[in-house]
Design a protein around this ligand. Structure first.
Ligand SMILES: Nc1ncnc2c1ncn2[C@@H]1O[C@H](COP(=O)(O)OP(=O)(O)O)[C@@H](O)[C@H]1O
Ligand SMILES: [Mg+2]
Length: 495
C-alpha cells in the first residue's frame, strides 16, 4: 500500500461541490447497468440533521466485483465505453467518503461501512443492488438534492422514481447528430480524446430549472450565459476530474450546433444573450442562423453603420432602418454577418446620391458643346457661380459643362468644379427659360450645387450652413450688383 486516504479530508474537499452530487453518482452507476428501474429514497431522519439515502436498482447482474465499490481507480469496464457514464472507478468511493455510514447489498454479496471500518457479509440479493447510507444534510441541501435528481433526463425505456414519484421522461425538442470529442480507451486501457459522432438532444428547461448540459441524461454543467435549452450528449462528455465543467471550446461547439439546428424557434431575448453571441462568433455558425440572430437582435430592416458613406447612413435612419454601430458586434461577429449577407452596410442599401460611378472603368460622361442660346446661358452661369464663390471666400471659377447622362441627377458639383448640367434631366426648355430671364430655378440650383464646394453630405449641418451662406451672398450680390443676376443674350443669337 503506497498511500492512505484521509477520508474526512477527502469529504471536506467534496463538500465544496455540494453533497447532492452523490445522488448523481449513484444513479449514474445504476443507469450504466441493465437496470430497468431505479428507486431513490431521500428521507430526513426526524429530529437530526441527517438523511437516509437509498438507491436501489433491478439490474439482473448487480455488482460483478463488489470490491470495486471500495477500490479506487480499479480498471472500470465502463471506462472505454463512450456510451457509459462511469470512467475512473471513482464515483462510488467519493460517495462513501462523505457518508456517515453506508452499506451495499448486491448479487455477489454485501458490505457495510461504519465507524469501525468495512465489514463484508454473506447476504446476497437475487437481482439488483441497493446502496443505503446516512448522510449529514441540511433541509436546504435535501431539497437541492431532490431537485437535482428530478433534473435527470431519464432514457425513455427506464424508470426513475424519487420518493415515490416517478421522474417523467421528457420529450426532446430536437435531436441531431454531431461529431464531438469524447473519451475512448486505447488498447492498453488509457483514456484518450477522440472525435465520435453522437446524438445530441435539446429539451425545454422546466420552470425553475437552469439550462444544463447533460452527459447521457445526467446533469453535469449549468449553462449560465442565457442558453435557452438543456443539452443532452449521448456519449461521455470530456469533463474535468470534478465532473462539473467542460472546456469553453466544447461548450462553444455545442452552442453553435444548437443555434444552427434551432434558430428557427429562438426568441429575441435568447438571440441577444451571450451564448448566442459566442455561437455567432464562430465560423461554424450557418448563414441562416446568423441572419436569424441579426433579425432578432436588430429587426428586419437593419444595416451596418457605414463609415465610407455617412450620408447613406443618415438616409438609412430617415428611411426607418436600424443602423447598427460598429461597436455593437465584435470583429468575429461582423465577419460572420458579412459572410451571411446580414446587416449590409448602409451605403449599399440606401446609398447617398452619387452623380457618377466610382468605377474607374465606367465610360466617361458625354459632354456636349453648347449650341445657340445655350452659349450665353453657360457663360452667365459661369460668371454668377464665380461671383458667388468669391463672395463666399473661395477663389475658384468653375467651368460649366452641359452633359448627357442617364445617371439620375440634374446637376453635379464638387469642390473646384466643373459644374455639370444634365440636359437629359433638365431638358432643353430649362436653358431656354433661363435665356428668357427665368432666374428662380437657376438660383435654387446654384445654391444647392455650390454648397457642395463646402460639404458633400446633403444631410449634414455643414451643407445646411453652406446653403444659408450662399443664399445670403446671393442677396448681397443682388443689391450691390443687380446686373450680375441678369443674363445678357446677344440679339443675333438664334434659337
Ligand atoms: N448499481 C450498480 N450495479 C452494478 N455495479 C455497480 C453499481 N454501482 C457500481 N457498480 C460497480 O462498481 C464500480 C465502481 O463504481 P464507480 O466508483 O462509480 O466507478 P465508475 O462508475 O467510474 O466505473 C463500477 O465500475 C461498477 O462495476
Ligand atoms: Mg460511477
Amino acid at each position: 500500500m503506497w498511500f492512505d486516504v484521509d477520508r474526512t479530508g477527502l469529504a471536506k474537499l467534496l463538500e465544496r461541490r455540494g453533497k447532492e452530487f452523490i445522488f448523481l453518482e449513484l444513479v449514474s452507476n445504476a443507469l450504466d447497468t441493465e437496470a430497468g428501474s431505479i428507486i431513490v429514497r431521500i428521507a430526513p431522519v426526524p429530529g437530526r440533521p441527517l438523511v437516509r439515502v437509498e438507491v436501489e436498482d433491478d439490474d439482473p447482474d448487480g455488482f460483478k466485483n463488489l470490491a470495486h465499490a471500495w477500490t479506487l481507480f480499479a480498471e472500470s469496464i465502463r471506462k472505454g465505453d463512450p456510451a457509459k457514464r462511469g470512467r475512473f472507478n471513482l464515483g462510488e468511493k467519493l460517495v462513501l467518503a462523505i457518508m456517515e455510514e453506508a452499506s451495499i447489498e448486491t448479487t455477489t454479496g454485501s458490505v457495510r461501512f461504519d465507524s469501525e471500518g468495512r465489514h463484508q457479509g454473506r447476504k446476497k440479493r437475487a437481482a439488483g443492488s441497493v446502496f443505503s447510507g446516512l448522510l449529514k444534510m441540511t433541509r436546504d441541501e435535501i431539497e437541492k438534492a431532490e431537485r437535482l435528481v428530478r433534473g435527470i433526463l431519464v432514457p425513455p425505456e427506464r424508470i426513475l422514481v424519487v420518493n415515490d414519484a416517478r421522474v417523467p421522461s421528457r420529450v426532446p425538442l430536437r435531436e441531431f447528430e454531431l461529431l464531438l470529442p469524447t473519451e475512448v480507451a486505447t488498447a492498453d486501457g488509457a483514456l484518450r480524446r477522440s472525435y465520435r459522432k453522437t446524438k445530441v438532444a435539446t429539451y425545454e428547461p422546466l420552470p425553475g430549472q437552469a439550462p444544463t448540459l447533460h452527459e447521457l441524461g445526467i446533469p453535469v454543467v449549468e449553462m449560465l450565459d442565457g442558453d435557452p435549452y438543456h443539452i443532452d450528449v449521448s456519449q461521455k462528455v470530456p469533463l474535468n476530474m470534478d465532473r462539473d465543467n467542460v472546456s469553453p471550446a466544447y461548450l462553444r461547439e455545442l452552442r453553435v450546433a444548437v443555434l444552427n439546428q434551432m434558430h428557427d424557434r429562438l426568441e429575441k431575448a435568447q438571440a441577444e444573450a451571450p451564448w448566442a453571441r459566442v455561437a455567432t462568433s464562430d465560423d461554424r455558425c450557418s448563414d441562416d442562423a446568423a441572419r436569424t440572430v441579426a433579425e432578432l437582435r436588430f429587426g428586419k430592416k437593419a444595416v451596418a453603420f457605414d463609415l465610407s458613406d455617412p450620408e447613406g447612413t443618415k438616409l438609412a435612419v430617415s428611411k426607418g432602418y436600424t443602423v447598427v454601430p460598429g461597436g455593437a458586434l465584435s470583429g468575429e461577429e461582423w465577419s460572420i454577418m458579412r459572410r451571411a449577407g446580414a446587416l449590409p452596410p448602409a451605403g449599399k442599401v440606401t446609398p447617398s446620391p452619387k452623380p457618377y460611378s466610382d468605377d474607374p472603368d465606367a465610360p466617361p460622361v458625354k459632354v456636349l458643346d453648347p449650341v445657340g442660346l445655350q452659349v450665353p446661358v453657360v457663360k452667365h452661369i459661369e460668371r454668377l457661380a464665380s461671383l458667388l464663390l468669391h463672395r463666399s471666400g473661395v477663389e475658384v471659377s468653375p467651368k460649366v459643362r452641359i452633359v448627357h447622362t442617364t445617371n439620375g441627377f440634374s446637376a453635379a458639383y464638387g469642390p473646384g468644379g466643373p459644374l455639370d448640367l444634365n440636359i437629359r434631366a433638365l431638358g432643353k426648355r430649362w436653358f431656354v427659360a433661363i435665356a428668357e430671364g427665368e432666374r428662380d430655378e437657376l438660383h435654387e440650383l446654384l445654391i444647392h450645387e455650390l454648397a457642395h464646394q463646402f460639404e458633400r453630405d446633403h444631410l449634414s449641418e455643414g451643407f445646411h450652413r453652406a446653403c444659408c451662406k450662399l443664399g445670403a451672398r446671393l442677396a448681397e450680390l443682388a443689391l450691390e450688383d443687380p446686373l450680375a443676376l441678369r443674363i445678357s443674350v446677344p440679339e443675333e443669337t438664334g434659337r
